[in-house]
Design a protein around this ligand. Sequence first.
Ligand SMILES: [Zn+2]
Length: 377
Amino acid sequence: MSRIATTGEVLQLIRSGEATTRAEIGRVTALSRPAVTHRVNELLQRGLVVEDAEGPSTGGRPPVRLRFNAAGGVVAVASLGASRTQIALCDLAGDVIERTDLVIDVEEGPDAVLGLVMDTWEKLLEGRGPLAGVGLGVPATVEYARGRTESARVMASWTGVEIPPRIAKRFPVPVLVDNDVNVIAMGEHRGVYPDQDDLLFVKVSTRIGAGVVSSGAIMRGALGAAGEIGHIPVRDGGGVLCRCGNLDCVDSVASGTAILRTLRERGRDVETLADVTVLVRQGDAETMAVVRQAGRWLGEVIASAVNLLNPSVVVLGGDVAEMFMPLVSGVREVVYQRSTQLATRSLKIERSRLGPGAGITGCALLVIDHILDPDAL
Ligand SMILES: [Zn+2]
């Protein structure tokens, strides 16, 4: 390190295991002994670091090892879905301490939903602490810097709502809000593919959205709307009018809603995506064909994204990914046909392994990365 290392950077060294004794910190940072002591004491006082007595002995007194203290604080997180919300407390390593699910319609609006979420956090927090931060994933486009929801289509009553100030009134800690698909993408990247720095996560549920991890970080774009692939049109979609007013958006022909509509138009008795999943598992030929065609349309849009971003892995998640086989076959067929050879040479297309828990993990990491950032400490 060429300049004077900060307390935050010292914590980074301890967290990563790069330097875990005062002497090692001194060597790596070139800080003087009193400067190392000062920074380590600050971290000990804040409960972010603890001392482990036994280090490897080299004869004489073993050096005291320093360890990041994941129990030094908790973060409160919530992953809001259209009808179900996951609420949890996590430690500073992102591991879930306690989790509960609420059945609540997001359309009830921010006052009702956020009120209920905050009441739940308060209950979970009894006898625990200190609260270090709050993280939320919401099923809407989010202007990330302000935590402001933008999309009017899924959560009409949430348009233009700045969420952080509403939470900070009751919980005066850093509050971070992101699009639900971005937090899941982060959860998949860090939880399942930590070595793949370029990952595209596509959520196929009642709607379609994507989260882009580029060089290890979420790519948000100028306002935070990057990855909104649902309204990219496909070729030969049959002229379906999308709720955005355009024709043949991938959302209108390949989402869970579209699959259900197509099957019903063909006279099939399907009420929910779970019914479709059952038919796929039974190997019903017509259902498999409809899901596979949805996969092909989805593949068209993913192929363009692959050409543009060159990810090493595409992860498909959401309810519809439950129908994995025909969907992924359709996606693979088109992506390998239409993406450049170089972009697909080592490309993997996989189904989400974390499932619904990825949202909670992603929200926790969003907050932890922020509060433990060397510049923020
Ligand atoms: Zn559209």
